[in-house]
Design a protein around this ligand. Structure first.
Ligand code: PAF
Length: 282
């Protein structure tokens, strides 16, 4: 079993010996637990590139808005520990709320601009919570490399911006979206979907294939492609609404004309579950 730390102080003591005395490199995978194949890909990359791999498991309350799924977000630390053991993770950091947000906590990190668009428009305050906890976790672990999935593409870009702006001495390693064999992107929230809803959720991946095919055939107008994605996804039962379909360059600037390397980003409600996904145009 990996070591389990609940306190920053104990984690730091453990890491101090490994980094300062033995000169070992540290890879870090921050998660909210309920680990799936997407997380496993992050962990496997870290295992290859570093001597030591640390995984954090913490459902961060400040990145959930009122009425969101903080309470029902799936949690199972024993299961996560077993996954980490199977993959050879060295230590898991699973702090309590008191440890991360002790009485009197007042500091927040806000990354301007990127926090307000796309997800930020629909989840006000979300990225402030993400930036704050990611900075805290990075300070607790002080890794050489940190691993983020491209599934949460805007989160990845936000963290890249914060790391550059605040001169944090860490390398960010992006890892491509991992999909189930039928194309559904792995997400801890997939457990909320009924069988029928899951079937409708596949429309997201299929709409990306459709869009890519349009682009392959020569269509490059974003408006036309976005309309087709929306029409296709909304034609499926259980799809309640689409929060957004956007096409941007790799830095999240909206594009009118699509090029290779651009991103298609969507947020879709299937039943009561909000799913996000994105596609790199090739
Ligand atoms: O992507 C996630 O699981 C979370 O947003 C993160 C990065 C662990 C911060 O709570």
């Amino acid at each position: 079993m990996p070591l389990l730390f609940k306190k920053v102080k104990d984690l730091r003591n453990y890491l101090h010996g490994l980094k300062c005395e033995r000169g070992l490199s540290v890879g870090f995978v921050p998660t909210m637990g309920y680990l799936h194949e997407g997380h496993k890909a992050l962990i496997k990359n870290s295992k290859i590139q570093n001597d030591i791999t640390i995984v954090s498991v913490y459902v961060n309350p400040t990145q959930f808005g009122p009425g969101e799924d903080y309470e029902r977000y799936p949690r199972d630390l024993d299961r996560d520990m077993a996954v980490c053991e199977e993959l050879g993770v060295d230590a898991v950091f699973a702090p309590t709320d008191e440890e991360m947000y002790p009485e009197g906590f007042r500091t927040e990190v806000y990354v301007k601009g990127i926090s307000e668009v796309l997800e930020g428009k629909f989840r006000p305050g979300h990225f402030k919570g993400v930036a704050t906890i990611v900075l805290k976790l990075l300070n607790a672990v002080q890794p050489d490399r940190v691993y983020f999935g491209e599934k949460d593409y805007q989160q990845l870009k936000l963290v890249e911006r914060m790391v550059r702006d605040l001169l944090l001495p860490v390398e960010i390693v992006p890892v491509p979206v991992v999909r189930e064999p039928d194309g559904l992107a792995y997400s801890s929230r997939n457990v909320y979907l009924s069988g029928e809803e899951r079937e409708s959720a596949l429309s997201i991946y299929r709409s990306f294939l459709l869009a890519q095919e349009m682009i392959n055939q020569g269509e490059r107008r974003s408006e036309v492609i976005k309309k087709e994605i929306e029409r296709f996804i909304l034609s499926h039962p259980h799809v309640k609404k689409i929060d957004y379909v956007e096409i941007t360059d790799s830095e999240l600037n909206p594009k009118d004309i699509v090029d290779k390397g651009d991103r298609i980003l969507v947020a879709v409600w299937v039943g009561n579950t909000r799913l996000i996904d994105n596609w790199k145009v090739s």
